[in-house]
Design a protein around this ligand. Structure first.
Ligand SMILES: [Zn+2]
Length: 467
């Protein structure tokens, strides 16, 4: 028996449209991934133009690594799409809301019943998603990353980390949400302006305190010791008037042998962070195999987990590290951060405004099983996550395209600083250390790559005339 569209109520139409869109995006991305997987499977010889850049062995290693990752994301993606669909179809959201109500009533939490219930709901929902995501992330870390030589964590470290992450998230999420709900409740007609301003302030505060108070809970940051590299970094920063206050090395090798560098901070207080795995002379992974640890002899705390040395040295030499920083500082000099913040704030304002327009529509709540109540938190979830999903997809695609432009511009900046050849070899080394696969399907990379493919970056670095 088929229902025609006319026979469906408005709320049913909304519900099925959301579900249909979600599956459309899922199938589209699965299609793109299958195109890319085909490339991993069929490109078994190093393409001619890559001959000088990548040796046969690394090429094969990266091919197998990316193939494993792609297969993994096929299954984890299918799982999460199925889970999301089941939650919607079985009324998981109203069910959890009801459970939260029972708990709130039982323990008589707080003075505002709806806000208390919302916080309980949020806690349960994040707990559920952390628990269902855990097996996937365990598998990814201890099977896939492990197999390809990246994982440096012990299971103890990993689990402790997951618990810490959950608790820190709760400490931020719960007070911020309750204040936001309160502002929406008392804000009157222009509540969306106050709500937007509030999230803006929260973002700025979080960005400010993140590096000093949150990140150190998870990783060890040490100032880069005095020496040639530090002097060179300082003079590079000075040459473009970058207000550098500190250079840190983060012990990324505790987690994995992937490497990176970034900077952060507002106004006149900028810091640069280098992964120890980026620095040839600093990476514990290069310290060679130490004397075989005797069983039970060492202190077995997970703080003591020994980095597993790789067969090959990894990381960049000082001029290459400086070129990577030249690229990073290019992002700053060209105002990429400011532009990104502006875009995201404009977007957030627009979303809160539309939220204000839509929140009074009862059929949106009814579509997701809320027939007699319209809790604000649920409204936020339905509108920001479900109703805006086509807009969110479009926006994220545009941001990916923009990000690739910014990457080219930052490369060009480093090139103008005279670092072209160092950046060229740094990109090749980083690609090798991280086992990036240098061949990609055009559609897949257009949709997903926040950084341009390696070959395009190298070509742009080599000269103004592209071949
Ligand atoms: Zn960049």
């Amino acid at each position: 028996m088929l229902l025609t569209l006319y026979e469906l109520s408005v709320e049913n139409k909304i519900f099925y449209a959301v579900l249909l869109f979600s599956w459309t995006v899922y199938l589209w991305e699965a299609y793109l991934a299958s195109r890319q997987r085909k490339i991993y499977k069929s490109t078994i010889h190093v393409p001619v133009e890559l001959g000088k850049i990548m040796d046969k062995e690394t090429f094969e290693k990266s091919r197998l690594y990316q193939l494993d990752k792609s297969n993994f994301s096929f299954w984890s993606g299918l799982y999460s799409e199925a889970e999301g669909t089941l939650i919607l179809l079985l009324g998981g959201i109203p069910f959890l809301w009801g459970v939260s109500g029972t708990i709130t009533a039982r323990f008589g939490l707080g003075t505002d019943y709806e806000i208390s219930q919302s916080l309980v709901f949020l806690m349960l929902a994040t707990l559920f998603s952390a628990l269902t995501g855990l097996p996937w992330s365990v598998y990814n870390t201890f099977v896939i990353e492990e197999k390809h030589g990246f994982n440096q964590q012990t299971l103890g470290f990993f689990l402790k980390d997951a618990v810490k992450k959950f608790l820190v998230t709760q400490c931020i999420l719960l007070p911020v949400t309750s204040l936001l709900l309160y502002i929406i409740k008392i804000g009157g007609d222009y509540f969306f302006i106050y709500a937007w301003l509030f999230t803006l302030v929260v973002t700025l505060v979080l960005v400010t305190i993140y590096a000093d108070y949150i990140a150190p809970l998870f990783d060890k940051f040490t100032p880069l010791p005095d020496g040639e590299l530090r002097k060179e970094i300082e003079s590079l920063a000075q040459s473009i008037s970058f207000p550098l206050t500190k250079v840190y090395v983060v012990e990324g090798s505790k987690r994995s042998s992937h490497s990176n560098a970034y900077f952060y901070g507002f106004f006149k207080n900028k810091r640069i962070v280098l992964f120890d795995t980026l620095l040839e002379d600093y990476s514990p992974l290069n310290k060679g195999p130490e004397v075989e640890p005797q069983q039970g002899a060492g202190d077995e705390g997970d703080e003591q987990s020994k980095p597993k040395a790789k067969n090959k040295r990894q990381g960049c030499n000082n001029p290459e590290v400086l070129a990577v920083l030249g690229h990073e500082l290019g992002h700053w000099k060209l105002g990429h951060m400011v532009k990104n913040i502006l875009i995201s704030q404009m977007n957030s304002f627009l979303c809160f405004f539309l939220f204000a327009v839509l929140i009074g529509r009862k059929e949106l709540f009814m579509a997701f099983g809320f027939h007699d109540s319209q809790p604000t938190l649920i409204g936020l979830m339905i509108i920001f996550q479900f109703i805006f999903s086509p807009y969110n997809e479009l926006l994220s695609f545009c941001l990916t395209v923009l990000s690739r432009r910014f990457e080219f511009q930052a490369d060009a900046f480093a090139r103008a600083m005279g670092q072209a050849s160092e950046l060229y070899s740094a990109l090749i080394k980083l690609n090798k250390d991280n086992l990036g696969f240098p061949v990609s399907d055009w559609l897949f990379s257009m949709w997903h790559y926040s950084h341009p493919p390696l070959l395009e970056r190298l070509r742009a670095l080599r000269g103004p005339k592209q071949d």
